[in-house]
Write a protein that binds this ligand. Structure first.
Ligand code: GDP
Ligand code: ZN
Length: 291
């Protein structure tokens, strides 16, 4: 049998296969070889008890990729959801979500929800800002049932990490694209309410129209640890486009003279908001490393 690990709790792995979800333990060989199964792994297993739905995991199939934040493997893309209003989009935070994905080489798309609440004058500049950076941007309103078909198409057949701050409508969007999710997302929020200190686990859900989504509990704090100062600029697609032309080969596009990125900001080719966010993060990294 083959299947996909949708969650792991205390040494047990829940593997979704054609005939249902099996509770599996990895064979001893895994421990010996120090191979740790991860959520998202495609695995081979033997059924131990077909009524109890238990199994023994015998093999982990090769991974496409391995994310650290959140800890999940075989991801195709990320969808970062923000609201256009209530809460107002926090660009600095949005950029951190995007950066986390760029750093892990996961293509990201942006979804702005609650279009019904938005001041239309602000929608275009915001969507243009990110489209000009090269991101695909979706607008939707769960309340008005708008824009959801496009999102469904984007998710179909892919494994997508869904992230974003709380209150933007992540559960609502997920429920709206697949109504029978209602129960599952309800369960998640119940668990959340039970206590702030409950460890929540990364979990994958199968989409009935094809594909998977990865729910990312507590994935709201960002660490820049592990990102080098010369690396950061690579994770801003619109800055990375200018990866040559500066007077200094290792230009950080910061205080150096002869910098084509700063010229591009002054000429309006790169958004100043995004550039300022880049500088803020760069300074954060520099301060971190000077201790
Ligand atoms: P999550 O914390 O990101 O999962 O957000 P929820 O899905 O729980 O939604 C937070 C609140 O926003 C709820 O009260 C929803 O009813 C509301 N909401 C979600 N989508 C929309 C929308 O498109 N328009 C409006 N006006 N409210 C929405
Ligand atoms: Zn430069």
């Amino acid at each position: 049998m083959t299947g996909k690990i949708i969650k792991g709790i205390a040494g047990f792995y829940y593997v979704i296969a054609e005939s249902g979800i099996y509770e599996c333990k990895p064979k001893g060989i895994f421990r010996k070889e120090k191979r740790k199964p991860l959520v998202g792994d495609n695995v081979e297993f033997e059924i131990l008890d077909p009524t109890e739905m238990t199994g023994s995991m015998t093999n982990i199939l090769p991974r496409k990729n391995e994310l650290i934040r959140p800890a999940v493997v075989n991801v195709d893309q990320a969808m970062v959801i923000f609201a256009l209003e209530s809460p107002k989009p926090n660009i600095g935070l949005l950029d951190r979500f995007l950066l986390t994905m760029e750093w892990q080489h996961v293509p990201a798309v942006i979804c702005f929800n609650k279009e019904d609440l938005a001041d239309q004058k602000q929608v275009l500049p915001l969507t243009e800002l990110y489209r000009n950076c090269g991101y695909e941007v979706f607008l939707c309103s769960v309340k008005q049932d708008k824009g959801l078909a496009q999102i469904r198409m984007r998710l179909q057949g892919k494994t997508t990490v869904v992230s974003g701050p709380s209150g933007v409508g992540k559960s609502s969007v997920i429920n709206a694209i697949q109504p029978d999710f209602k129960l599952k997302t309800g369960e998640i929020s119940d668990k959340l309410k039970r206590g702030k200190h409950t460890t929540r686990h990364v979990e994958i859900y199968r989409l009935n129209f094809g594909g998977y989504i990865v729910d990312t509990p507590g994935f709201s704090s960002f660490s820049l640890a592990g990102i080098g100062k010369f690396e950061l600029k690579e994770y801003y697609p619109e800055i990375n486009k200018f990866n040559s032309g500066c007077r200094f080969m290792d230009c950080l596009h910061y205080k150096e003279p002869g910098c084509v990125v700063k010229d591009a900001v002054n000429d309006g080719l790169i958004s100043r908001v995004r550039y300022n966010n880049y500088i803020r993060l760069l300074e954060e990294i520099q301060n971190m490393n000077s201790y």
